[in-house]
Write a protein that binds this ligand. Structure first.
Ligand SMILES: Nc1ncnc2c1ncn2[C@@H]1O[C@H](COP(=O)(O)OP(=O)(O)OP(=O)(O)O)[C@@H](O)[C@H]1O
Ligand SMILES: [Mg+2]
Length: 262
C-alpha cells in the first residue's frame, strides 16, 4: 500500500488574470521508506506540495489518500489530529520556542501527539549530536545546533512521514552536510519516509528519489544516488552469497579447521 497517494491535486490562488496555479493536477505516489528530494525553481510549488501533504493546506481539487485512507481535508480539527499523529515537519527557520530548552522543545511536540517518551526524546537529541546540550535555550545554540533540535523534535514522535522545507537553507555548506547526514542516518536506521525540499543539487545525493517541479507540475521523477548505492550493495551481497555457496563444502571445512585451532 502506498504511504501517500495524490491524484489530480491542484492548488490555485486568486482568479481571472491573477490566477496562480501553485499545483496543477499533480499525481504522486510515495511508498514507505523512500527518501525524496524535491527540487524546482522559486515559485514552482514545492512548499505548497509539502503543505498539502502535511494537511496544513487544502487543495482546490484532487484526491489525497494516506495509507489508503482519505485525508480529512477541510475539517480543521481532524487535519490537526492527522498532522500530530503522522507528520514531522522540519522548518527552515527552526520555529523553536525560545523560552523552552532543547529537551523541552522536543518533549512538547512529542506530547502534543499523545506520546510521552523522554528516553526517545533524549535518544533523538543524542543521535543528532546534541548530548550534553539538552538544557540549553535556543539563544544559547548555533544555527546548526538549533536545526538539529528541530530535527530531533520532528523525529521524537516517530512520525510516519518527515517533511523538511529547505531545512538546511540557513546553514553553511559544511554544517548543511553534517545536519543532513545526521538526519539521513536516523531516517535510514528507522526506515522512515522523508521528503525534503532543497535548492542545492549537491544535497540530492542523500535521496532514493529525486522529483523536480516546475510551474506546479512534476517535470521529472528519477531514482537518486542513494537508491543506486543500495542497489549496488544488494548486488554485491547477492554475488558474494553465490560465490560462497559455490565453494560450499570446502568453506565449511576450512571454517571448522579454523575453529578447531582456537
Ligand atoms: N497564499 C498565497 N496567495 C497567493 N499566491 C500564493 C500563496 N502561496 C503561494 N502562492 C504562489 O504559489 C506559487 C507556488 O508557491 P510555493 O511557495 O509553493 O513555491 P516554492 O516552490 O516553495 O518556492 P520557493 O523556492 O521560493 O520557496 C508561487 O507562484 C506563489 O507566489
Ligand atoms: Mg518554498
Amino acid at each position: 500500500m502506498d504511504l501517500i497517494s495524490l491524484e489530480g491535486i491542484s492548488r490555485f490562488y486568486g482568479e481571472g488574470e491573477t490566477l496562480v496555479k501553485a499545483l496543477d493536477e499533480v499525481d504522486l505516489k510515495i511508498e514507505e521508506g523512500e527518501i525524496v528530494a524535491l527540487l524546482g525553481p522559486s515559485g514552482s510549488g514545492k512548499t505548497t506540495l509539502l503543505n498539502v501533504i502535511s494537511a496544513l493546506d487544502v487543495p482546490t481539487d484532487g484526491n489525497y489518500q494516506f495509507r489508503g485512507q482519505k485525508v480529512p481535508l477541510g475539517h480543521v480539527e481532524k487535519m490537526t489530529t492527522f498532522r500530530r499523529e503522522n507528520v514531522g515537519y522540519i522548518f527552515q527557520f527552526f520555529n523553536l520556542i525560545s523560552d523552552l530548552t532543547a529537551e523541552e522543545n522536543v518533549l512538547l511536540v512529542q506530547q502534543l501527539s499523545g506520546l510521552n517518551d523522554r528516553e526517545r526524546a533524549k535518544k533523538m537529541l543524542s543521535l543528532v549530536g546534541l548530548s550534553g546540550l539538552e538544557n540549553r535555550f535556543p539563544a544559547q545554540m548555533s544555527g546548526g545546533q538549533r536545526q538539529r533540535v528541530a530535527i530531533a523534535r520532528a523525529l521524537a514522535k516517530s512520525p510516519r512521514i518527515i517533511l523538511g522545507d529547505e531545512l538546511t537553507g540557513n546553514l553553511d555548506s559544511k554544517t548543511s552536510r553534517q545536519v543532513m547526514e545526521a538526519l539521513i542516518d536516523i531516517v535510514r536506521a528507522e526506515s522512515s519516509t522523508l521528503i525534503y525540499v532543497t535548492h542545492d543539487e549537491k544535497l540530492t545525493k542523500y535521496a532514493t528519489r529525486v522529483i523536480k517541479l516546475d510551474s506546479g507540475k512534476i517535470v521529472s521523477d528519477e531514482s537518486g544516488e542513494l537508491a543506486s548505492t543500495i542497489g549496488h550493495a544488494k548486488d554485491s551481497a547477492r554475488k558474494l552469497v553465490k560465490e560462497v555457496s559455490k565453494l560450499g563444502g570446502s568453506v565449511s571445512s576450512t571454517i571448522n579447521r579454523i575453529k578447531d585451532s582456537f
